[in-house]
Design a protein around this ligand. Structure first.
Ligand code: AMP
Length: 281
């Protein structure tokens, strides 16, 4: 497996593959890879001749008070995981390789990016859309893989690809969880032992919401109230949002009468965790 730090190096390699008629899959990540990322890479390896994993902590998607500096990093372990999974290339550029000092072009989006995480992270999706567009231009993949763990991000990317006529397929992959239900996340490493236990309120709320819907409940207000009650019982947890939206447009919608996303962001101590479930009807 090849490790590339430069855009030119990636482009040269992809060009060789394309000349050979090989298909290319891309898995964009911020590194510190775990089994959630691994599930995306595994699927990409099954569906493409060559797989590129990008490992890049994208500074422009972090707000001024967020965890850019402390975000966990371990490129060696990431490369081992990628090689073991059968990826062909890891692209891990430095920030100055991706952003010239006078960088001035952004991909911005309205509506889909404005609810849920967009409210508390106002510049986040602009940063995500911009870096993902750049990665698509650099790697020119046939398919790109994103986790439903970041469900709004997946909806945002799908909308960007549709709106800007980008020529690739976006593949969404289910959430991978720890044995006790906590959604796997690089940010789980921030949690103390006590917080790790408290963090289970997110997946418990997800389970409760899901079972209410499977039992026939259609009233979003009742479902959200039950979920919030579970989280509020945990003293270490502070709700950022618990919300139900239409799955494709991310408009607030408190009725289960079509595909809906029920998503939450909850602080456990200082760590902001997200979780969700999707009902595709
Ligand atoms: P990140 O490195 O956190 O930016 O995540 C990179 C990609 O992996 C995103 O598409 C995430 O949605 C996906 N991902 C992260 N955690 C999980 C998980 N537990 N299950 C499935 N996909 C995940």
């Amino acid at each position: 497996m090849q490790l590339e730090k430069t855009i030119a190096g990636v482009k040269a390699q992809v060009q060789i593959w394309k000349k050979e008629g090989l298909s290319v899959g891309l898995v964009p990540t911020m590194g510190y890879l775990h089994e959630g990322h691994r599930s995306l890479i595994d699927r990409a390896v099954r569906e493409n001749d060559r797989v590129v994993v990008s490992v890049f902590i994208n500074p422009i998607q972090f707000g001024p008070t967020e965890d850019l500096e402390s975000y966990p990093r371990d490129l060696e372990a990431d490369c081992r995981l990628c090689e073991d999974a059968g990826a062909a290339l890891v692209f891990s550029p430095e920030a100055d390789e991706m952003y010239a000092p006078d960088f001035s072009t952004y991909v911005d989006m309205h509506r889909v990016s404005e609810e849920l995480c967009g409210k508390s992270r106002p510049i986040h999706f602009r940063g995500v859309c911009t870096v993902v567009s750049k990665l698509f231009n650099i790697v020119t993949p046939d398919r790109a893989y994103f986790g439903e763990k970041d469900a709004q991000q997946l909806a945002v990317i799908r909308r960007m690809v549709r709106d800007l006529n980008m020529n690739l397929q976006i593949v969404g992959c289910p959430i991978v969880r720890e044995a006790d239900g906590l959604a796997k996340s690089s940010r789980n490493t921030y949690l103390s032992a006590e917080e790790r236990k408290a963090a289970l309120v997110l997946s418990r709320a997800v389970q409760t919401g899901k079972s209410m819907i499977l039992d026939g409940e259609k009233d979003g207000d009742k479902i959200l109230a039950a979920m919030k009650e579970i989280i509020q019982q945990e003293p270490l947890a502070k709700i950022d949002y618990v919300e139900m939206v239409k799955w494709d447009t991310i408009e607030v919608h408190h009725k289960v009468d079509g595909p809906v996303l029920t998503a939450m962001a909850v602080y456990i101590g200082k760590t902001r965790l997200i979780d969700n479930f999707i009902i595709e009807e």
